[in-house]
Design a protein around this ligand. Structure first.
Ligand SMILES: [Zn+2]
Length: 249
């Protein structure tokens, strides 16, 4: 048992990211199995990897690498645990030719996205027969700049920025956030500025002007990982307080 975990499984200080032993991997696995109840048919354990600070440091990984042609920054999702997904869309090129990006989501939407097999855009009809509407707070028919084309799939190269869209789920003593990790085909998307009204840099790895990638081509974005982040309420609140410092609204 990790040194910062009490006998009943609760943390008596800090959170999974602060200890000296990885506890995120097991907690995240339990969350995926017990709470999300995802069918094994969607999963590909070959891509499972824990990016908590302990595991990340033990591997000696960097914060970022380059991927795609021409190369662009691949920001490692430090602090998250990845569960590999089977590729629903056949790749048109080798894995390494694709860029890496993220799509923050709500835990209760994860199952629907996996059943659909891809990220959808407003107006798409889902496997349930229902039409996808833009989420509250997202640009759409009645909100956002005039003429903004919101009927696209939006992803971000930044896991930090995607975290803003990963609304947490209260589970046990924790806040759980989910995000998809995706492959993005080069030359299929438009880079756009962030849309949350930041007044300072959101992610040191990227300019605020290129935090949104938008495409209207479904198969340009391929799901390949489900990311789970687990924090104590206190640590999550600190993150929210930190965010408020760079937001104007
Ligand atoms: Zn770990």
């Amino acid at each position: 048992m990790a040194s910062n975990v009490c006998c009943d499984g609760t943390f008596f200080q800090g959170d999974p990211l602060d200890g000296n032993v990885c506890v995120l991997k097991d907690l995240a696995k339990e969350y995926v199995k017990e709470e999300l109840k995802l069918d094994d048919n969607y999963m590909n354990e070959q891509f499972n990897i824990c990016y908590c600070r302990v595991c990340h440091k033990e591997r000696g990984d960097r914060e970022s690498y380059s991927r795609g042609k021409p190369p662009m920054t691949y920001a490692i999702p430090v602090g998250w645990c990845r569960f590999g997904l089977k590729l629903y869309t056949p790749l048109e090129d080798s894995f390494e030719c694709y860029y890496r990006a993220y799509h923050g989501t709500q835990p209760n939407r994860v199952g629907d996205v996996l059943r659909t097999g891809q990220l959808c855009m407003p107006g798409d009809v889902l496997y349930t027969g229902k039409e996808l509407k833009e989420l509250f707070g997202h640009y759409g028919e009645n909100y956002g700049p005039k003429g903004f084309d919101y009927k696209r799939v939006f992803v971000s190269p930044s896991i930090v920025y995607s975290g803003y869209y990963a609304s947490p789920h209260n589970w046990k003593h924790y806040k759980v956030q989910t995000s998809f990790q995706v492959l993005v085909k080069p030359d299929t998307f438009q880079k756009m500025p962030e849309t949350i009204g930041a007044t300072a840099a959101i992610d040191k790895l990227f300019s605020n002007n290129e935090l949104e990638w938008a495409t209207n081509i479904h198969h340009a974005v391929v799901l390949y990982g489900l990311l789970i982040k687990i924090s104590t309420h206190g640590t999550y609140q600190k993150e929210i307080d930190q965010r408020k410092k760079i937001l104007t609204r």
